[in-house]
Design a protein. Structure first.
Length: 52
């Protein structure tokens, strides 16, 4: 999370607890989530699918 996450530092137990709280709040609010690949991969996928 935050600066440590940007430097590839492992999440602490406290970080994991906080992330779980955030997820639970989102679930309670009926949040919808999805993930996308990194931008370089996304560009390749978009170009590839146009050729198909």
């Amino acid at each position: 999370m935050g600066e440590r996450g940007a430097r590839d530092k492992a999440a602490t137990d406290e970080d994991i607890e906080k992330m779980a709280e955030i997820v639970q709040e989102g679930i309670a609010a009926c949040a919808l989530g999805f993930s996308t690949p990194p931008a370089s991969t996304a560009s390749t996928i978009a170009v590839s699918s146009r050729r198909a």
